[in-house]
Design a protein around this ligand. Structure first.
Ligand code: BTN
Length: 227
């Protein structure tokens, strides 16, 4: 069991923001609710009581390989959810095609830190149909697990996965992922691509096989994928 130091709060704006005040490796910030929970691409992560909102601090991360931490976090979550959970690239965990959790990575300096923020819908989920994917909660999927138990197993699994090599993490990630070998659509900031999801490269970028004869394989560092 890795030595995590868990700091629990009844309410925070964002556990990721509070995490920036902590400098010890494996400090963990948990809140019962967040009033300004942050999602990716500037979105809000709706965070009422009944969810797990946690940020884990990793000191002196390998900044050239941040994508691997994101894959390791999603893999850990997928491994500890007792259901047919699958990972949607890069780091969403879905049950039956519905999003049950999200991960937001941020960095901080002095000292150099990576903050892995994870939100899991346990008892509630947003019914906002503007989401790219429908949402769900563990409760809605008939999965009963106590929040503290889920947190402990998630932290232990993450600590274990962070001891693996990037190649091992990618191999396990691919085993648990949705859509490899299938036709997908990828939306980028200014473009939409279609092709076959071949897998990930050594950095965790998505490799898309397209019909472009000169350069069929496209390497995609970030984007949203649709099946
Ligand atoms: C996403 O958009 O899918 C990422 C959502 C990440 C939400 C978590 S909840 C804990 C941590 N604190 C935040 O403000 N955001 C992350």
């Amino acid at each position: 069991m890795t030595d995590f130091t868990i700091h629990k709060f009844p309410s925070l704006k964002s556990t990721n923001d509070t995490a920036k005040d902590y400098t010890d490796n494996f400090s963990v910030i948990v809140a019962d609710k967040q009033t300004q929970g942050k999602g990716r691409r500037g979105k809000t992560w709706i965070s009422p009581e009944g969810g797990l909102y946690v940020s884990i601090i990793i000191t002196n991360p390998d900044l050239s390989n941040l994508g691997i931490y994101s894959l390791a976090a999603a893999l850990s979550l997928c491994e500890v959810i007792p259901a047919k959970a699958k990972i949607k690239w890069p780091n969403d965990v879905l049950i039956e095609g519905k999003k049950v959790s999200g991960i937001l990575l941020e960095t901080a300096t002095n000292p150099s830190r990576l903050i892995i923020g994870i939100g899991i819908n346990i008892n509630t989920f947003p019914k906002d149909n503007l989401l790219s994917y429908p949402a769900t909660s563990l409760k809605n999927e008939n999965i009963t697990i106590a929040k503290d138990e889920l947190l402990t197993s998630l932290l232990n699994q993450l600590a274990h996965n962070l001891t693996l090599s990037p190649q091992q993490i990618i191999a396990l990630w691919q085993k648990n992922a949705m859509g490899i070998g299938k036709n997908i659509k990828v939306t980028l900031a200014k473009d939409t691509l279609f092709g076959v999801f071949k897998g990930l490269d050594a950095k965790g970028n998505l490799i898309l096989s397209t019909k472009n004869k000169e350069k069929p394989d496209k390497t995609i560092p970030c984007g949203e994928i649709y099946f």
